[in-house]
Design a protein around this ligand. Structure first.
Ligand code: 523
Length: 132
């Protein structure tokens, strides 16, 4: 059996807010919100892939903090993994694949129309961020 393609995404937090990105493509996903990220290239380290995607898509330098436990199925043959992350440089802009970015405060998390498959991932992010 072939291994699924891993899609990596970031929960970027700043001042208690979480960054959400609205997709502009493909048409069936456009207008829905996601944790920004993208596909791991063959042979690429997933964490490096995520840092690369954040640079390409948002124009920021970032470091990953920790993996959010869990793995979520996307379309057949694809799975989603998420890391919490911190911005190191640059101000996020929707450079590729997105047409809007929003920093969501704790009361605003469910105010955007997340992709169905991102909903359980966002729940897991909130659980991971909750004070322990
Ligand atoms: N998802 C998804 N949620 C989510 C991401 C980052 C991606 O459901 N948080 C889905 C959307 C696509 C697939 O995963 O079906 C690949 O994501 P994409 O298109 O952002 O990956 P890229 O940027 O690597 O893709 P290319 O533009 O094709 O290189």
């Amino acid at each position: 059996m072939t291994e699924p393609t891993v899609v990596v995404a970031a929960a970027l937090q700043e001042s208690g807010r979480l960054l959400a990105a609205r997709r502009s493509a493909p048409p069936e996903l456009a207008g829905r919100w996601e944790l920004p990220g993208g596909k791991v290239e063959p042979g690429e380290d997933p964490e490096r892939a995520l840092v690369r995607e954040l640079r390409e898509e948002l124009g920021i330098g970032a470091e990953l903090v920790e993996r959010v436990p869990g793995e979520w199925p996307l379309k057949p043959g694809y799975v989603l993994r998420v890391w919490t992350a911190r911005r190191l440089s640059g101000r996020p802009r929707p450079l590729e694949d997105h047409d809007e970015l929003r920093w969501l405060g704790p009361d605003e998390i469910w105010s955007v129309d997340w992709l169905d498959q991102d909903v359980p991932a966002v729940r897991a992010v909130l659980a991971a961020l909750a004070p322990r």
